[in-house]
Design a protein around this ligand. Structure first.
Ligand SMILES: *[C@@H]1O[C@H](CO)[C@@H](O)[C@H](O)[C@H]1NC(C)=O
Ligand SMILES: *[C@@H]1O[C@H](CO)[C@@H](O)[C@H](O)[C@H]1NC(C)=O
Length: 318
């Protein structure tokens, strides 16, 4: 069955190739090899992330260029090579395939290189940001399909992301994600500021319907936001711009926890409606950046309920 359908594909492809049609003859032992990147969303998907066209293009073109070069350099007998194909771009799976007519030679060659290139394949689909918070709680795997599963799976590089423990803050609240409906978007963005000396870094608030069983009181109100931020850099933080849903933005002065707490905070007292799609922007004096303030590679943000006993933690990065 499988061989027949491969042969059929080969014939159809050959037919579409027009002028090459006569010269391409797939032997019956043609073998299709696909390299995939697969995304496994968590059961409770607080911050839905899916592959987009850019992720797919980047994955397909990098895999094609790396593997086709190897095959060419080694005098491989590939008929088409790995060809980017938009029809293989799905929200949770992107793939690129090749049909080889000399399976043994090419598979032996590919096996070594697929293992060697695995980190590059992960980088290609994630834009080099495999440890970005958008993949938090997601599975991400580069896999290989080959005829008869002859090729071994590449190593699981994403596991190496690890999770550094969040910075210790002097706080007795429960930081579990999902114990209240509020969460900060996994990516924050830079917006132009009216002052040329500063930049605005904006964090969007998402409100989830699906939350964990929780004993947090008054979760219809988002009382305040706290950022873990280097307090020694305090002078670079100029203001907050708070933009509730359905309200006009207000600018307030930054406030900090006790010396050494490294907590930068703003009172919100937003209802769920006001919090839905709201943004909290931090105005930072250049050349300092939000990421540097946050300690280097991602920001830790806490969203508090009114009695301050619950402060689910979200991480966010540019
Ligand atoms: C934590 O905060 C309490 C009250 O704000 C303070 O008394 C205590 O010294 C702090 N502990 C540390 C380790 O900073
Ligand atoms: C925080 O809340 C979660 C969910 O309700 C609960 O499972 C967990 O035990 C709590 N943690 C602490 C330290 O109270």
């Amino acid at each position: 069955m499988r061989w027949n359908s491969l042969l059929f594909t080969a014939v159809v492809l050959g037919w579409f190739a027009g002028s090459h049609a006569e010269s391409i003859q797939f032997p019956s032992d043609a073998c299709k090899v696909c390299i995939n990147a697969e995304l496994y969303p968590p059961e409770i998907d607080y911050r839905p992330y899916r592959f987009d066209e850019k992720d797919c293009n980047s994955f397909q073109s990098s895999v094609a260029s790396l593997l086709n070069n190897v095959i060419d350099d080694n005098g491989g007998q590939h008929n088409f090579g790995f060809l980017p194909d938009p029809s293989l771009c799905e929200a949770t799976k992107v793939s690129i395939c090749d049909i080889t007519s000399s399976p043994e030679d090419e598979l032996v060659l590919l096996q070594g290189w697929i293992i060697k290139f695995a980190p590059a394949f992960y980088d290609a689909v994630t834009g080099g940001k495999m440890c970005h918070p958008k993949y938090e709680n997601y599975g991400l795997a580069v896999t290989v399909d080959s005829c008869g599963d002859l090729l071994a799976q590449p190593p699981d590089v994403a596991n190496e992301c690890g999770l550094l423990p969040p910075p210790s803050i002097n706080c007795t609240c429960n930081t579990t994600t999902g114990i209240s409906p509020y969460i900060v978007s996994s990516s924050f963005r830079e917006e132009p500021s009216s002052n040329s000396q500063t930049a605005l870094y904006c964090f969007d608030i998402l409100v989830n319907k699906d939350i964990l069983p929780s004993t947090c009181s008054d979760i219809d109100i988002l009382r305040k936001v706290e950022f873990y931020a280097e307090q020694s850099l305090k002078s670079f933080v100029k203001s907050f711009r708070l933009s509730p849903n359905g309200g006009s933005p207000t600018t307030i002065s930054p406030s900090w926890g006790p010396t050494g707490s490294n907590l930068l905070k703003a009172s919100l007292y937003w209802t769920k409606d006001q919090a839905t799609g709201a943004s909290v922007c931090v105005e930072v004096k250049k050349p300092m950046t939000m990421l540097e303030l946050c300690g280097g590679w991602k920001c830790y943000v806490y969203l508090f309920n009114p009695d301050l006993k619950c402060c689910p933690l979200s991480t966010s990065a540019p």
